[in-house]
Design a protein around this ligand. Structure first.
Ligand code: MN
Length: 375
């Protein structure tokens, strides 16, 4: 048996988390559709027996009729390969959701209960699917569930929160534990929800997999962005993670020292980026460390320069002012007031000027949220 599994495509996402300009967001939505095509092409190429989707296929409160039509067309073209969908918290199933309101091609099966329901695939494979039926399902959907030990392969398809293996902060929807899978007799769980993917092992064998979002959606989405190819014949299931992302969100912390002009700074940043994605690259640069004394940073120019190489650029200037530039630190902020107060103390010829200079240096570093090290 061979399955292709993915989750969290988020078609029609507004990309509102990242404050990107509307035109850039539109390009991202276009690439999400193209990613779906790419995934379905992979299913054909690998001659899979089914495609499984672990929820958040689209954003239910945003999805357009055109996108639904696009999905129905794309899915129909995959026939006779079955497509099984377990709705997530963004595309939850209810009587007015697009899953219920529209007619879907015959090869598409959509789970609609917040309880595992079986679908037989081939003679010896059962796929138990759960649908999120609310935007915030909080109960464990596996509490009373047991698959009968009948010699068949038992898989689970679920959009939910595994409670033991992730740091990623994401809401707790359909929460469960790996021990629930074992107790219920599930041999492999095909999951969705966490956008950085990973395989979860239990007693030295793979028992569950999150593919991650196939196409990352914002700068916070580090980690793996793949689809899962599950190849399972006689003994152990074999999992292959196939990367499909064509866009990248790149965050770079950059220390300009000893660079002294904006042009060289831009070139330095560009050469510090290791690898770019083939279709679109978004860059967020944090300028950190001490601002070189001779640097008269022109932010607009830096952004224009970087924009020739990246599709969208965000620059955050978090550099500390060099001590000799403190006279220019007249900003009307708490940091500015702090610097001015200490500068005034220095001008009043204190007993221990070195102490005040040190307080100034460490204080400003603290405002930059840097580690304060004595050097
Ligand atoms: Mn999601």
């Amino acid at each position: 048996m061979k399955l292709l599994h993915f989750s969290d495509l988020h078609l029609d996402s507004p990309f509102s988390k990242s404050t990107m300009p509307p035109k850039i967001a539109q390009g991202c939505r276009l690439r999400l559709r193209r990613t779906l095509i790419k995934i379905l092409d992979l299913a054909v190429e690998h001659e899979v027996d089914a495609v499984t989707i672990g929820g958040d296929l689209f954003e239910g409160d945003r999805v357009s009729k055109d996108t639904i039509q696009f999905l129905r067309e794309s899915f129909a073209q995959l026939a006779p390969i079955p497509i099984l969908i377990a709705p997530g918290n963004h595309d939850y199933y209810n009587p007015v959701s697009p899953y219920a309101r529209f007619e879907w091609p015959e090869n598409v099966y959509i789970f609609s209960d917040y309880k595992p329901r079986p679908v037989t695939l081939m003679n010896d494979v059962l796929i138990w699917g759960v649908a999120n039926t609310l935007p915030n399902c909080r109960d464990n959907p596996l509490t009373e569930f047991r698959a009968h030990p009948d010699g068949m392969k038992h898989l689970l398809l679920l959009h939910g929160t595994e409670m033991g293996h992730f740091d990623e902060s994401r809401g707790e929807y359909a929460p469960f534990q790996v021990s629930d899978l074992e107790r219920a007799g599930i041999q492999m769980a095909l999951l969705g929800h966490f956008h950085g993917g990973r395989v979860i092992h239990h007693h030295d064998r793979a028992i569950a997999v999150y593919p991650g979002s196939p196409q990352p959606l914002d700068f916070g989405e580090t980690g793996q962005h793949t689809v899962v190819l599950l190849d399972w014949h006689d003994d152990e299931p074999r999992i292959t993670l196939i990367p499909v992302a064509t866009q990248a969100f790149i965050t770079l912390d950059f220390k300009p020292e000893p660079i002294s002009d904006t042009h060289s700074l831009a070139e330095g940043i560009i050469s510090a980026i290791p690898e770019k994605a083939p279709e679109a690259n978004f860059l967020r640069v944090h300028l950190i460390g001490e601002e070189p004394e001779s640097l008269n940073l022109e932010l607009g120019l830096l952004e224009a320069h970087l924009s020739q190489y990246f599709d969208w650029v965000v620059i955050r200037n978090r550099m500390r002012k060099a001590a000799s530039k403190l006279g220019q630190l007249d900003e009307k902020t708490v940091r500015g007031r702090f610097a001015q107060r200490l500068k005034k103390m220095l001008e009043e010829e204190p007993e221990d000027p070195a102490l005040i200079e040190m307080a100034l240096k460490y204080g400003l570093a603290a405002f930059e949220e840097e580690d304060i090290l004595d050097s």
